[in-house]
Design a protein around this ligand. Structure first.
Ligand code: NAD
Ligand code: KPL
Length: 305
């Protein structure tokens, strides 16, 4: 009998994972905020996955935090700023051998969650898959990608990665998950805030080549100083490649701001600046970028944490 996947967060990635696991016949349960959300969900009949224009409904069972029953495998699919509070509400249901998969972008939230549930194994993930919601309980699979998973403190892969293969979720186990997360964080720091401040698509940053290069130099210094030299390698070339390859796209932070949604700034640029200051590194352009972004978020009435 397979272990049930509890999925916390019925948003884009949570739905993308829950529907594919359910489609493969694996046991999945969705954890919702409260009874009202559960009732609304149950009235809809399930989660809808839209793939290549075709919509299919999967009747994944739902429950709330205070449902009874132990949780052995938990996919945490909320935003970085919600992860700690959401997991705290479930801590008492986690089994002594529980495993959590943390799908959050950026860094900082994973350590906070892990510290909260010391008995559990926390597996960090970094995903390049893309999905967005086009309605309540509906997600559009927008970009095929890969999910890297790893546990910096314990390099052995869990046996349940087979479930991901069965569900057709492209993935790879890596002992260097922190390097991957730092590399992605650096890319996001070099691209996303500038797209917000210059009000442009990723490709628009080709007009701001010097500003991008200066940020890449400071991010490279940060990565080298904080023990992540592999994540620093050829950073500027990689940033330029991504700007070119995704020229027509709006960055995720741009989309958050445009839609008046809270950003994950504290776990991206905020985390980079906090680590720089912990290492007593002076990185003036990164610090100035953070100040400009915070001021911009305030003018839009958005939180800056
Ligand atoms: P999302 O906002 O679509 O979904 C998050 C869900 O979590 C929401 O439905 C929210 O209501 C729910 N949630 C928050 N707190 C909760 C709580 N206490 N109890 C129950 N539910 C709660 O976010 P997303 O786009 O799926 O992103 C999740 C993470 O994955 C982020 O860190 C994001 O950066 C990362 N990511 C997303 C994508 C993507 O394409 N969407 C790609 C790569 C990485
Ligand atoms: O991951 C991204 C995002 O928009 O969040 C890219 C496309 C790499 C830009 O930083």
């Amino acid at each position: 009998m397979s272990t049930t996947w509890h999925v916390l967060g019925a948003g884009s990635l949570g739905t993308l994972w829950a529907t594919r696991l359910a489609r493969a016949g694996l046991p999945v349960k969705l954890i919702l905020r409260d009874a009202a959300r559960l009732q609304a969900y149950q009235a809809t009949g399930g989660l809808t996955l839209v793939e290549q224009g075709e919509a299919r409904v999967y009747a994944v069972p739902g429950e709330t935090f205070d449902s009874s029953g132990p949780i052995k495998r938990l996919l945490v699919a909320c935003k970085a700023y919600d992860a700690q509070t959401a997991v705290a509400q479930l801590a008492s249901r986690l089994t002594p051998d529980a495993e959590l998969v943390l799908l959050q972008n950026g860094l900082g939230s994973q350590e906070a969650v892990a510290a909260q549930v010391p008995q559990a194994r926390c597996i960090f993930a970094s995903s390049t898959e893309g999905a967005f919601r086009d309605g309540d309980w509906r997600v559009v699979f927008a970009g095929h990608g890969y999910t890297w998973l790893g546990d910096a403190s314990h390099p052995v892969a869990p046996f349940w990665l087979d479930d991901l293969s069965t569900a057709g979720i492209p993935h790879e186990w890596t002992p260097d998950i922190l390097t991957r997360l730092w590399r992605k964080l650096a890319l996001n720091c070099a691209i996303n805030p500038l797209t917000v401040l210059h009000d442009c698509r990723n490709g628009g940053l080709q007009q701001h080549h010097c500003e991008v290069a200066t940020l890449c130099a400071e991010l490279t210094e940060l990565l080298e100083q904080c023990g992540q030299p592999a994540a620093a390698q050829d950073l500027q070339q990689e940033v330029e490649r991504v700007i070119h390859a995704t020229a027509a796209n709006y960055s995720s932070m741009y989309q958050d701001v445009a839609n008046q949604r809270r950003t994950e700034i504290s776990y991206l640029l905020g985390h980079a600046c906090a680590v720089a200051s912990r290492h007593q590194l002076v990185l003036p352009h990164l610090a100035q970028l953070q100040q400009r972004l915070i001021a911009h978020l305030h003018t839009r009435g958005l939180p800056s944490d």
